[in-house]
Design a binder for this molecule. Structure first.
Ligand code: NIG
Ligand code: FE
Length: 416
């Protein structure tokens, strides 16, 4: 049996009932906490917690103990949308952006996703694993304790499989949950530029069967956007994924309105992600559905595109999650602390709403909220201990500065 006792916690925050799997509406603003607390981890799980005044006698003498020294303890971030497997950064496009080129201009000039695909096709599985491991390690040190990772820079049978195998290896190597999404429908490769049907057939007839047979993906993703995959193409791909038991998690309403959110909802997507262009039709279709709206404010920040209408979504009773979108083109950062700050500063979310969106609702967007995303007995002891802070709002307020002092995963201090 392994055990760890955390004491002198100024506030143990994010305590939700074990059967609370996601939050919406006014409940998103509630982040129940216990002041002056202790928490016991046993066999990787949260075994018990309470106030220091009532700490059971005997615990302190018998269990290895770490003092939070007046810091806060929160559940680890759950980053439900990333593309951390890629071959190379694209900082040359960063300079083009500064010179006034748009995301669409850069893609049309042979940059963008196809640029990453060319580089990934010549990288080895080991090289991809090494560079993605370094990114994931940094993300964990910044508080991330569960992550979703997409393929989508392969765009050929072999390279998509290569990416998904790297994701599988990351899952087997790191002490955090890793979910995987199949995103061959990220862009049409050059050779299929004028043969969309050919590429869609390749995905449906060749890639999906092999991926399903090897059990390499949990979700089906499509970049449903003008100039990428149409609503009709997206529908066909989601139907095909469903036949192999892959529920949708899709890129929707990032750059324009084309009915992507509605298409995701119609296919009972676990989440529709981006929503920078949050039109009323998108909000209407999400209200009353089971689909989570995952917002990616650091993508808006980096691309200088609109920020999603988080308030409209929350007021309509839609569960909102936030995630990084870490990728070399639109969001070269995997820092959930910055995402939480931007959620407050730019999405006008209250600190408690932003933290719930980055924890329990992020977990729900990976169908993991029965295991992670809140403080509850029996959940994984994936936690962060902060420096002493005057209040919870200080965490997003002090943007760009990490308040995380100790990361605990499966009840153990993570030291890499
Ligand atoms: O989520 N929008 C599509 N995919 C990524 C960007 C990919 C890239 O530019 O490499 C995103 O923003
Ligand atoms: Fe993305």
């Amino acid at each position: 049996m392994s055990a760890l006792l955390i004491i002198n916690i100024a506030s143990l925050a994010g305590i939700h009932a074990k059967d609370t799997l996601q939050l919406k509406g006014t409940a998103m603003a509630e982040l129940p906490e216990i002041k002056n607390a202790w928490l016991l981890c046993k066999d990787g799980l949260i075994a018990d917690f309470g106030t220091m005044e009532n700490i059971p006698s005997g615990l302190l003498d018998s269990i290895p103990t770490v003092s939070a020294n007046g810091g806060y303890v929160l559940p680890s971030w759950c980053d439900s949308h990333t593309h951390v497997v890629f071959a190379a950064p694209r900082e040359e496009e960063f300079v083009m952006k500064i010179q006034g080129k748009s995301y669409e201009d850069i893609a049309a000039a042979g940059g963008g996703i196809l640029n990453s695909a060319r580089k990934l096709q010549i990288a080895t599985e080991d090289q991809l694993f090494e560079s993605a491991s370094a990114r994931l390690h940094d993300m964990i040190l910044q508080g991330t304790g569960a992550v979703e990772i997409k393929s989508g820079y392969g765009l050929s049978l072999d390279s998509e499989i290569k990416m998904l195998r790297v994701i599988k290896r990351l899952r087997e190597t790191f002490p955090i949950a890793v979910k995987s999404s199949f995103l061959a429908a990220h862009a049409f490769p050059q050779e299929y530029k004028n043969d969309h049907e050919g590429y869609i057939r390749l995905i449906i007839d060749k890639m999906l069967p092999q991926i399903a047979e090897e059990g390499l993906a949990d979700y089906m993703d499509v970049f449903c956007e003008q100039g990428f995959f149409s609503v009709e193409e997206t529908s066909r791909l989601l139907d095909a994924g469903a036949k192999y038991g892959l529920p949708p998690k899709i890129h929707a309403n990032q750059l324009s309105v084309c009915g992507a959110v509605e298409t995701g909802v119609k296919h009972n997507a676990v989440s529709v992600d981006h929503l920078e262009v949050t039109d009323d039709a998108a909000i209407e279709s999400l209200a009353g559905s089971n689909t989570i709206a995952t917002l990616l404010p650091s993508c808006s920040f980096y691309l200088n595109i609109p920020f999603a209408n988080a308030r409209g979504l929350i007021n309509a009773g839609i569960p909102v999650a936030v995630a990084t979108d870490f990728n070399p083109g639109s969001t070269p950062s995997g820092n959930m602390n910055f995402v939480v700050s931007l959620s407050c500063i730019k999405l006008r979310m209250l600190p408690a709403e932003a933290i719930n969106a980055a924890t329990i609702n992020g977990a729900a967007a990976m169908q993991l909220s029965d295991q992670v995303g809140s403080i509850a007995i029996g959940k994984k002891a994936n936690l962060m201990i902060t420096r002493p802070m005057p209040s919870l709002a200080y965490l997003p307020y002090s943007f760009g500065q990490s308040q995380i002092k100790i990361v605990i995963l499966n009840g153990r201090i993570y030291d890499g």
